[in-house]
Each structure stands twice: as structure tokens, then as C-alpha cells.
Design a protein around this ligand. Sequence first.
Ligand code: MN
Ligand code: MN
Length: 466
Amino acid sequence: MSEGFKELKKQLLSGRKNGYDRLSPEALAGMEAYCADYKAYLDAGKTERLCAGETVRLAEAAGYRPYVRGMALRAGDRVYVCNRGKAVMLAHIGRRGLEEGVQIAAAHIDAPRLDLKPNPLYEESEMAFFKTHYYGGIRKYQWVTIPLELRGVIARKDGTVVPVSIGADPEDPRLVITDLLPHLGMEQNKKPLGEAVPAETLNLLLGSRPLGDEEDSGRVKLAVMRLLHEKYGITEDDFISAELEAVPAVNACDIGLDRSLIGAYGHDDRVCAYAALRALLDLAETPEKTAVCVLADKEEIGSDGVTGMQSAAFDTFMEDLCASQGAALRVCLEQSFCLSADVTAAYDPDYGEVYEKRNAAYVNYGVGLCKYTGARGKSGASDADAETVAYVRRILDDAGVGWQMAELGKVDAGGGGTVAAYMANRNIATLDAGVPVLSMHAPFEVVAKLDCYEMYRGMKAVYQAV
Ligand code: MN
Ligand code: MN
């Protein structure tokens, strides 16, 4: 190869690099420390409520105070609002006025799971079970025969709220959903993957030991209800006003002989939520523009509801911030930028046919930017304008953050959405960006440590940008 050819190639063609060929040894040490903290955040926040609680704990430890309406806010002030215990909004007030806009990172802290039905408890063939209703896009066959834990709350009629945790403590029993044995699976094997495990068979096994005498009925169910009454003081009707979620009873761990990856439940989207949060908490100086971090609930079911990104809770928070400076909310939003921080699909060589290799996100290549998501010809996507994409390219390049441009799979292979459209609809320039994930939405997802760290560094750069 002639020197001239090499030179011209370097000058004209894009040359993305594996992050390990780019990062310094010091950066790699920083990555390990960051990922250790991230794993602890995952283990502490397996549901949106637990994750919101852990977020508030970390924010307060970093000096954030709960925002009280009417509070005077000055540059350098750091406040947060927790929306109904399930979503968190934080702000670090910048030097410039809010009429000049804010720098937003919006991620979500809900994840696919199995919720209990309102009337969950029943007995069948002298075994007790909970009925579930899945939340978000799951592949149902992945949720059988794995250890599960039950987390959430029961709100009693008297207004008291009881936290529930079964299976999280190492001494606790676990729950499980059974599956058919291969010996009797002949007919099931012929069914399409999506139909082989019907949703109504996703029932959690709770026990088998009866109470009372031989001639009594419903003895196992009553025995389970008695245990729950002893532990939580509840009766069967209290399930009606409860939010109980079955999630994998597995903690985050390193994956691979080289420990370069992390396996865990809920990377989507706590990997971006943690990056957005931690980058905000770690801002050493008051940013030029106000930095806002939104950790929303309900993304996996469409972002509706009071704690979802479509809720007016966000507008109310922003309006309160604006009111403290006499700024107009609409002017502020018009001048703002939002990074919709959500995961993207990592190229998986075992399923290469669903990706378009020239526009796929690769493990260890950094933050995956997505100009648009959606399905069937970008339907449902906010489709960021070229100028907004250029703006983010500049921010990340100036900060030396590794990034790649990606689409979520081949055109018409499927598709997906994020909170981006709901931010863009508010007249906020918005771009999707996130960590590439292997086995997204599975009970145990995989990400690369390097990409987690680049996401964090990218979020810091976005908060500091103007
Ligand atoms: Mn997501
Ligand atoms: Mn998702």
C-alpha cells in the first residue's frame, strides 16, 4: 500500500476504533472502578421503586436537596424531585439563565418483568401459585426455570405501605416458574417460539405444604397466606392494591474470562440511567447551562402514566425551575437539548441476519447514537435533525468519547422506541444514544464495561456543553 493511498484513506474514510485501541491505561482503571459502582447500583435497584430510592440516596450523599416549590434557586444549587417513589428528576442549576435552555439526559429505570395480577393467589393440585401479567416486551420462554425474587409494595386501605422482599436475601427462599420436561414436550416443540410458553402459564410456584386436616380444601393456599400474614400483616384482599414484581434473583457479575463484560438483569435502561445520574453527581464545577437528569418510569409500556415520560410531572418540574428565575417554560424548552439515553442492540454474530452490519452498534465501540428508532419506515420515531446529530458528534469528539452511529437492526426486522419522541414533541432538540446490549430484555442481559464508561463520559460532556 502506497503512502499516498494510506494518507488519503485516513483523511477521507471513517475509521472507527475498538475502544481498547483508544483508551489509556488510566482510563481503563477508571472504567473498572465505575463499573464496580454500577453493579452495586443494579443490585440495589431491581425495580423502578428500588432504583428511584437508590438514586435519591446517592443524590443526597452528593449534596442534592429535595426541591420545594417556591425555593429560590441560584447557580450551583442542586435539587431533585422524586415522583411518587418511581421516577426521579434532578437539576444542577447553571450559570446561564434558564431562558437559554438546559442540557437534559433522559433515561428510564423500569425494566421488563412479571407483575402479579390483582388476584394472584390460587391453589392447584395441592400446590400454591401467583398468577402474573408480564410488563414490557419479554420473550416468555426465557422466564421459566430461573430463580426469581418478588419485590414491591402493598398499599393497605389505611394508607400504610408495606415493602415486600422475598428472595433477595441470601437466606430467603426463591420463587420459580416451572416448564415442561423434554420427554413430554413433543407437541410444544412444534409451536412457534412466541406461542410455546403461553402468558397464562407464567405462574410462580409458592409452596406445597398443607395446613389443617386431610378433609379440608385449599390447605396449601391458606398456608401460604398465613406466612404472608405473619411476615407482612396482610390479607388476600390487600393484593388488590399492590405492585409486586417478580424479577431475576441474580446479581450483576463480570462475564468472560477477561472480565470485559457485565451480565445482569435490567441493563435496559439502568446502564444509561446510572451513567446519566453519576455524570451529574460527579460534575465538579457549576455547568454553563443547567444540567437536568430525568430517570423515568413506564418506558417499557409506552411512557404513559403519571410516572412516565409523557406525564406532565416533567413539565411541572421544569416550570418550577423556570419560575424561580422568571423564565418562560416554552422558551426554555425551545432552547434545550436532550440526550435520550437508552440502550441499543449490540451486534450478535449468532444472529447476524437481523442486523445491517454497516449500521449496527458493536460491543466496545462506545456510545451508540441513533438518529431515529421506530418501525416500518421510522414510524413512531422523532428522527433527530442533521444539525442536532452534528451537535452531538462535536460534543463527543471534543471530549474524546468513543461513539458509533447505529440503527436497531435491519429495516423491517422489527424496531423499537424510546422516550426521545416525547421529549422532541415538547420542542426540545433530542437525539437517542445509549449502550449496546446483547440479549436485550432477557432476564440476564450483557453489556461491555468499556461502553458503560464511555456512556458516562459522554453524559458528562453533554451536561458541560452549551
Ligand atoms: Mn430502554
Ligand atoms: Mn427496553
